[in-house]
Design a binder for this molecule. Structure first.
Ligand SMILES: [Fe+2]
Length: 312
């Protein structure tokens, strides 16, 4: 995997009418001042509880670019791009405007597929519908696919599933879909959260051994099972990248040993993983040296080896 630089595209000329209507509708339902909730934490900057511009959260969200080589990826999927949104936690700590900005940033990347890796809300059912309505504005060539996180199960898994499905977002609850392009396939599987009924065996059932498979799973600890099943790539969240990363002390969240897969790219045996720092926060409305993240992943097959004087 390699990282390369990325310039955030400029904001479009104006927001759509539908967005404006949604914001007005949900802002009034959730109470005045919805814009005033904090969304702390900015790249490598000092502790902060407020975006520099409270009307736009884009400079608080980092788009990170990664090129990932997947063994067995068909040539027709070369350059296939996935954008991941994780741990939105829409609620008091993450206002609707931040989610709108994240959705707009995602759409501007014109992805082939959008992966939503759970924790759409934190505590309250009141935020399910507005979050789903905004996520319904996501656009990708092959669509948006979601799995649920631990918070989603505590708040209402079925209600969140229904709300996302109404917005034409496929919720992968221990199942997979098969994407087809020029006669070749790429499998996208998803599991429920690890503590709430994850069944990887069922999710990948009937996927041929060695077939390229992306697994959406909220908790990165699934990687030990995924590696046994030969999954190519896992996309996870849950850890928030530690959320508060202090000098010397390190991260406040996710210090446990099993949190080896806490942030960014890693691999275990045949399985690669990307763990997003996510968008929202929990416990504290604060991020320190751990900015919100939208990973933008480009897939490619292994490089072809050519031998001088040999033509295949
Ligand atoms: Fe989370």
């Amino acid at each position: 995997m390699e990282r390369h630089s990325y310039a955030v595209p400029q904001r479009g000329p104006r927001r759509g009418e539908r967005l404006n209507r949604l914001v007005e509708r949900w802002s009034s339902r959730l109470g005045a001042g919805v814009e005033e909730y904090s969304f702390g934490g900015f790249a490598a900057g000092p502790i902060s509880l407020r975006a520099r511009n409270p009307r736009s959260f884009e400079d608080a969200i980092e788009v990170t670019e990664h090129r990932i080589t997947l063994h067995g990826l068909p040539e027709s999927f070369r350059g296939f791009r996935v954008v991941q949104l994780s741990d939105i936690h829409h609620g008091l700590y993450l206002p609707l405007q931040a989610l709108i900005d994240a959705v707009e940033m995602t759409n501007r990347l014109k992805p082939d597929l959008i992966a939503l890796t759970g924790d759409f809300v934190t505590y309250s059912r009141a935020y399910i519908e507005p979050a789903a309505a905004i996520l319904g504005l996501l656009r990708a060539r092959f669509g948006a696919f979601a799995v649920l996180g631990n918070h989603d199960f505590r708040v209402g898994a079925d209600e969140i599933t229904r709300a996302l499905r109404r917005e034409r977002i496929q919720v992968l609850r221990n199942r997979h879909v098969t994407l087809r392009l020029d006669g070749h396939v790429l499998h996208v599987a998803g599991v429920d959260d690890l503590g709430y009924g994850a069944d990887l065996h069922r999710a990948v059932h009937r996927i041929p051994q060695g077939a390229p498979t992306i697994l959406l799973a909220h908790n990165p600890a699934i990687i030990r099972h995924a590696a046994r099943h030969g999954v190519s790539l896992v996309l996870s969240g849950h850890t928030h990248g530690g959320q508060v990363n202090l000098p010397v002390v390190g991260s406040i969240f996710g210090r446990a040993e099993e949190m080896r897969f806490k942030s960014g790219w890693d691999r275990l045996g045949p399985t690669q993983i990307y763990v997003s720092r996510g968008i929202g926060t929990v416990v504290l409305p604060l991020r320190v040296r751990c900015p919100a993240e939208i990973p933008h992943l480009e897939l490619q097959p292994p490089a072809r080896v050519s031998y001088p004087g040999y033509a295949d």
